[in-house]
Ligand binder design. Structure first.
Ligand SMILES: [Zn+2]
Length: 500
């Protein structure tokens, strides 16, 4: 038996259908709930008049929404873990995402959270916190960085089920009509154009309603995929979503996650490892922060904390660390160019073009413990990157050996020559990089050494210390430096280990 529909809901549904036909998409479910206290009982205006009121209500909440204030409230909740993760994610006002979405900006090498103020402005404070948590969980649980399962739509739904179930278990709240295992998704208001489409949606709703909470996204994924057997060719998943084959041909049935997951597909495949490294370092910092405070994890259950800790605690092998290092800091370097005409001052100022130039300096300590076989291992790792960049190599001991300067180009093997054999002084590398001739030439420096020397001044460009086996750095490295021990254990963590 269907529930009797109130006059308010009937009028709202009528307006929603009219708007949808005109391709005007507003967060109708939310608007309907937020306007209910005002219009739910009592006299209602004419449909045309009410449509105007709905738009005004939407625009008012959008225009008065203050993201900074709302995020401060979120951070004030005392969950140090999520607050720390959030600090590393840039927030971008972007109405084209519809609701919200998490992505990675390859140009700026940072994660970003896009939000639509029209949607966010309608949320209660608790729901708002729930949506922010939802987006951060996509980052924390590797949804952004893992390889995507096909069909994407099923992967999206399964991931939202896993995350939302966890948020609610924590005592969190989410906007109405979020996907939740155990809860039946709403039937589309405009109904269905064929019995097959109706059956497809009913089967889908049965699966979600029958799903247990707190499972992994892989579990929900497998469950959703049973649609294809149930549909026997009449309905099921294809690359575009849920299809139903009616008399008039194939049609799409409207299902999907609350937020935008499409941005994940824009991460270039070759950058995935790098972006996953970035995720790991952010989550690692947040874990440390949360573990160091009395209630740093808020309501996140201990079992999930364990899972998050495990996702960052595996030792990364030195090769992975080293291969990530230059990639993180290589940007195309701007060079003046006479080929490209400056748009604002044509033929007055030269144009600028982006090109990949020698950007990485490898400085090799000439002390006896840095042997050639270990250097060859270092070059084997960096050689994979030599496709995109050129390396400069130079030897040093207490001074730079200018004679030893070499350019290592793609496809060639570097010749490792031993040219000096004095003591060691790292300051000379620093001074050389920052000298007038080399200023702005390098974007990062890799120093191969046994570490036995005193500390040089902080580096203006990113610096990696690659320490030969059995040695360690004799000083506290600078906070921004990265230290890579060649004898570090092999990592067990891949991109596709357990994904919630
Ligand atoms: Zn989502």
């Amino acid at each position: 038996m269907t529930k009797p529909v109130s006059k308010y809901d009937a009028l709202f549904d009528e307006i929603e259908i009219a708007f949808t036909e005109q391709k005007i998409n507003l967060p109708f479910d939310l608007l309907q709930e937020r306007m209910r206290p005002i219009y739910g009982t009592g006299p209602l205006p004419e449909a045309a008049e009410f449509a105007k009121i709905v738009v005004e209500f939407y625009e008012h909440s959008r225009d008065t929404y203050d993201f900074d204030k709302s995020i401060c409230k979120f951070m004030g909740k005392g969950n140090a873990f999520l607050t720390e993760v959030s600090r590393w994610v840039k927030k971008v006002n972007n109405p084209s995402v519809g609701t919200a979405g998490l992505g990675y900006d390859a140009n700026r090498d940072e994660f970003m959270m896009l939000y639509n103020p029209g949607f966010m402005g309608l949320l209660t404070e608790e729901e708002h916190n729930g949506v922010i948590t939802h987006e951060l969980f996509h980052l924390i649980f590797k949804h952004v960085t893992s390889r995507r399962k096909e069909p994407h739509i099923v992967c999206n739904i399964a991931q939202d089920e896993a995350i939302n179930s966890l948020i609610v278990k924590d005592g969190g709240k989410l906007p109405p009509s979020c996907l939740m295992p155990g809860q039946r998704p709403k039937t589309p208001k405009k109904g269905f154009s064929s019995p097959e489409a109706k059956l497809a949606h009913e089967t889908y709703a049965d699966i979600i309603e029958g799903s247990p909470p707190m499972e992994s996204s892989e579990y929900y994924f497998e469950l959703l995929m049973t649609m294809n057997q149930k549909g026997k060719g009449k309905f099921g998943w294809n690359a575009n979503g849920l299809f139903a084959a009616g008399k008039d041909g194939e049609e799409q049935v409207d299902v999907g996650p609350m937020d935008n997951h499409d941005l994940w597909d824009t991460i270039p495949e070759e950058l995935r490892g790098l972006v996953e490294g970035k995720r790991k370092s952010i989550v690692e910092k947040a874990v440390r922060k949360a573990d160091g405070q009395a209630n740093g994890w808020g309501n996140i259950p201990e079992s999930v904390r364990e899972e998050i800790r495990a996702s960052v605690s595996d030792c990364v092998d030195w090769k992975t660390l080293l291969s990530r290092f230059p990639g993180k800091h290589i940007r195309g370097k701007t060079r003046t160019s006479i080929h490209r005409i400056n748009k604002r001052y044509p033929y007055v100022h030269s144009g600028r073009s982006l090109s990949y130039l020698p950007l990485v300096l490898i400085a090799i300590d000439q002390s006896g413990s840095v042997d050639n076989s270990q250097l060859e291992e270092v070059f084997a790792v960096l050689g994979n990157l030599a496709r995109k960049t050129t390396f400069h190599m130079i030897n040093f001991d207490t001074d730079i050996d200018h004679e030893s300067f070499q350019v290592w180009r793609r496809g060639t093997n570097p010749v490792v020559k031993r040219t000096k054999c004095g003591g060691t002084n790292f300051d000379c590398v620093q001074n050389w990089v920052e000298s007038r001739d080399n200023k702005n030439e390098y974007q990062c420096v890799v120093i191969c050494t046994d570490g036995e020397c005193s500390k040089p001044p902080p580096s203006k460009i990113p610096r990696a210390w690659v320490l030969t086996r059995g040695h360690k750095l004799m000083f506290q490295p600078d906070q921004k430096d990265i230290v890579i021990h060649m004898d570090d254990k092999v990592s067990s963590g891949g991109l596709n280990d357990h994904v919630r």
